[in-house]
Design a protein around this ligand. Structure first.
Ligand code: ADP
Ligand code: MG
Length: 339
C-alpha cells in the first residue's frame, strides 16, 4: 500500500541530510573519484549528487529504484559482521523515491549513451534515453511533498543546510582521495582536491588557518603503557588512532568540528568527543572547541552501529577503554608538538 510505504519512508528518511548521506555512500560505493553535491534551500527543495563512478546500466535502472534493490552482497555480510552503518540496505533509492520526485540518470563508462528513470511519490516511470557524462546523477526534488506531517518537522533552511554540510564534510574528510564538493543555492561551500592528502582536504573545508594549526595523531597501544583496564583477553580496545587535531588556540564556539570515524565509517559517539575534549584538559577557553579529524580502529565485533537506524551514533563494548585510548592519542600528539 502506497500510504504505508510513504509512512515507513518518512520514518527512515528524516531530513535532507539523511538523503545526502545515502547518495554519497552510493557514489563512494560506485568507486567515484568525484562527488559533487548541490542543494537548494538546505536540501528541502532540491538535492543533486553527481559522481563519475561505475554507473548503472540502462536495463538495471528500474531495479535500482525498487525495494531491496541492493547489488552489494558483500555489504550485507559486512552488516552481519557489525561494521555496516546503513539502517536500510538496498532501500535508499526506493525509500527516497516514495517521498519525493526522484530522478536517476546514469551512464556506465562502456555505454554509448545514458538513460534515466523518474519516480514520483513511489510511481516509477519508464526508462528513457538521456544525454549525460559517464557516472550517475541523482536528483531529489520536493522532499516530503506527499508526507505533510513529515515535512512539518523540517527545521529552518539554515539548520537543514548545517546538517547537510556536516554530512558532506564528514565524507569529504574521510575520503581525501575523492574530490568532494558542496554547493548551496548555486554558491560553492567547499571543494576538496581529491589528492589523497588529509591536511589538504582540511584546508579546502575549514580554511588555511585551521589546516596549518593541525597536528598529526598517530597512536598505537604499547603494552608497556597500557593497563589491564579496557582490555579483554589481552586485546586492546583500540588498535590505532590517526588523524589531525587543532592547536588549542584554534577553536570555534561549536562542537561541530569534531569529525570522528570508527573503522573508516563516519560516526558520532559522545565517548569520542568527550575523550578529545578531555585530552585538551584546561587548555581550551570556556565554551571553545577544537577541530579534530580522528580515525579510530577498533575490533569490528565491539562496535554497535545499529543504535538508531537513521543516526550515525555508535556504541562501544569497552567504552572506557576506547575513551582512554583516544584521550592518550590526542594528548600524545599535542605533547609531541609542545602544546
Ligand atoms: P544499496 O546502496 O544498499 O545497495 P540503494 O537503494 O542505495 O541500495 O541503491 C540501489 C542500487 O542502485 C545499488 O545497489 C547500486 O547497484 C545502484 N546505485 C545506486 N546509486 C548508484 C551510484 N551512484 N552509482 C552506481 N550505482 C548506484
Ligand atoms: Mg545505498
Amino acid at each position: 500500500e502506497r500510504t504505508i510505504q510513504r509512512i515507513a519512508a518518512g520514518e527512515v528518511v528524516e531530513r535532507p541530510a539523511s538523503v545526502v548521506k545515502e547518495l554519497i555512500e552510493n557514489s563512494l560505493d560506485a568507486g567515484a573519484s568525484r562527488v559533487a553535491v548541490s542543494v537548494e534551500a538546505g536540501g528541502t527543495e532540491g538535492i543533486r549528487v553527481r559522481d563519475d563512478g561505475v554507473g548503472i546500466p540502462a536495463d538495471q535502472l528500474e531495479a535500482a529504484v525498487a525495494e531491496h534493490a541492493t547489488s552489494k552482497i558483500a555489504d550485507i555480510e559486512d552488516l552481519e559482521a557489525g561494521v555496516g552503518t546503513l539502517g536500510f540496505r538496498g532501500e535508499a533509492l526506493y525509500t527516497v523515491g516514495a517521498v519525493s520526485r526522484l530522478t536517476v540518470r546514469s551512464r556506465p563508462p562502456d555505454a554509448e549513451a545514458g538513460a534515466e528513470i523518474a519516480v514520483e511519490g513511489g510511481d516509477v516511470g519508464a526508462v528513457r534515453p538521456a544525454g549525460c557524462p559517464v557516472g550517475t546523477t541523482v536528483e531529489v526534488a520536493d522532499l516530503f511533498y506527499n508526507t505533510p506531517a513529515r515535512k512539518k518537522f523540517l527545521k529552518r533552511v539554515t539548520t537543514e543546510f548545517d546538517h547537510v554540510n556536516t554530512v558532506v564534510t564528514g565524507y569529504a574528510l574521510a575520503n581525501p582521495d575523492v574530490a568532494v564538493s558542496l554547493e548551496h543555492d548555486g554558491r560553492e561551500t567547499f571543494a576538496t582536491e581529491g589528492n589523497g592528502d588529509l591536511r589538504s582536504a582540511v584546508l579546502s573545508v575549514y580554511g588555511r588557518e585551521v589546516a596549518e594549526s593541525m597536528v598529526e595523531v598517530d597512536w598505537e597501544p604499547s603494552s608497556a603503557a597500557e593497563t589491564d583496564e579496557g582490555r579483554k583477553g589481552g586485546d586492546p580496545a583500540v588498535k590505532r588512532v590517526t588523524g589531525l587535531v587543532s592547536h588549542p588556540e584554534t577553536t570555534r564556539s561549536a562542537r561541530d568540528y569534531l569529525a570522528t570515524y570508527v573503522n573508516d565509517r563516519y560516526v558520532t559517539a559522545g565517548a569520542l568527543r568527550e575523550a578529545v575534549l578531555e585530552a585538551y584538559g584546561g587548555q581550551l577557553a570556556p565554551d571553545r572547541y577544537p577541530f579534530a579529524v580522528l580515525f579510530v580502529e577498533v575490533p569490528p565485533d565491539e562496535v554497535d552501529v545499529n543504535v538508531h537506524p537513521r543516526k550515525l551514533e555508535v556504541r562501544f563494548d569497552r567504552e572506557a577503554g576506547v575513551r582512554s585510548a583516544v584521550e592518550s592519542a590526542v594528548e600524545a600528539a599535542l605533547l609531541d608538538h609542545g602544546l
